[in-house]
Ligand binder design. Sequence first.
Ligand code: PCA
Length: 329
Amino acid sequence: MSIISRQMVAASVAAVALGAGPGLAQNWDMPTPYGDAIFHTQNIMQFADDLRDATDGELDITVHSANSLFGHAEIKDAVRQQLVPIGEILLSRMANEDPVFGVDSIPFLASSYAEAEALWEASRPAVEEKLAAQGLTVLYAVPWPGQSLYLREEVTDPAQMEGLSFRAYNVATERLAELLGANPTQVEEGDIPTAFSTGRVEAMITSPSTGANAKAWDFVSHYIDTQAWLPKNIVLVNTDAFNALSDDKQAAVMDMAAEAEARGWEMSKAETEEKIAALEEGGMQISQPSNALSERLAEIGETMTDEWLEEAGDEGQAIIDAYRENLDN
Ligand code: PCA
């Protein structure tokens, strides 16, 4: 977006903050990275509708999807600086800032919905605390379906992936590619089709949602259903902007966020089978990982868990302990 429109957004946010008395309608711009066809975006649209209804139109969120207002890399800082009051990002994009943000992207640490839920419960307090220190309040987080492999040939031996240009979307996918002997390249979700068609990448690991949305069958032929982890998107609000709302509006935001979180997890679960079927309908061959591939990926998962624990220290160990305890209950 241009400098001028950025200044206009900033000016309108400032005006809203100044005039934030009860009974005054507030318009919030909300940037998100993913497109309108993605269930996360649809869930956010529903959240915005529910909030508009709950506040009699006094809190009116306009969703700017697909990086149209700010790019993915800018959204968090835009919310911090109150250029916009609210936004969505992939939580693990912040892992280079603090490893705690990346715990949901370790292969096979938490690869089912029940495990992902136990992990979110165990890690949420630390995530909230770190973001609170930056002036950000967590509203909710929703996982993508399990992350699976997209390839141009049938892969049964992990050695077949050595040397491939492999699309990455966070530090964990970069590390996974390295451990597979592939060459990672960061590519935004919306740029996947172009990255494949221009030969920048030739393999990836992502959800059936993203694969189907990108029409993966146009550029890869094989889907291997590894469902290795469930990375989450997180919705953040600027704490000052939130505190400037009336008590009623604050309560409505929190209530609708809790509903959006519950709804989003259900949407994500339903997506998994639905979008794998879409990939098959598009002409892709769907298969389960071979034993050799499963073993290699499990090994990589253990390596990445160890590396993560080393980086995250006692705080990381406490999260893993709490996670395992949640699983036992
Ligand atoms: N889709 C996003 C993040 C994880 C996912 O399933 C992506 O591929 O960038």
